[in-house]
Design a protein around this ligand. Structure first.
Ligand SMILES: [Fe+2]
Length: 124
């Protein structure tokens, strides 16, 4: 039996259309707000149809030296062409953290599974 972690796919977002792209500064100040945006398909577009779509993103932050991640956000995309209405899979929020750590992003494609990406965030 596979663990859940073994189900996660990964790759370089510049060539793999399922990898969530984490947009935020490389360095921030402690407890100072910054914008965090998650997108997909910036380099290679992903379909957004009733048959094939991105359903959600989840984003976590793991402070350096800690064991358990903190969930930052969940973005759910519900319209994929019903009555010609579409939700584009982009999520944005504002975050502040007290210390350096790692941002983890997950994206779910209804056909191709769950994909991950990470980004180090330095707090000065
Ligand atoms: Fe897909």
């Amino acid at each position: 039996m596979k663990t859940f972690g073994a189900l996660l796919q990964s790759g370089d977002w510049k060539g793999e259309k399922h990898v969530p792209i984490i947009h935020c500064p490389d360095k921030v100040k402690a407890n100072e707000e910054f914008d965090l945006k998650i997108s997909i398909g910036d380099a290679v577009g992903h379909p957004n149809t009733l048959e094939h779509y991105i359903g959600w993103f989840k984003v976590f932050f793991l402070p350096e030296g800690k064991k358990f991640p903190i969930e930052l956000a969940t973005f759910v995309f519900g319209a994929h062409g019903e009555s010609e209405i579409f939700t584009k899979p982009v999520g944005q929020t504002t975050v502040k953290v007290p210390s350096t750590g790692t941002i983890y992003a997950l994206s779910w494609c209804n056909i191709h599974g769950i994909w991950e990406n990470t980004k180090e965030l330095i707090v000065e």
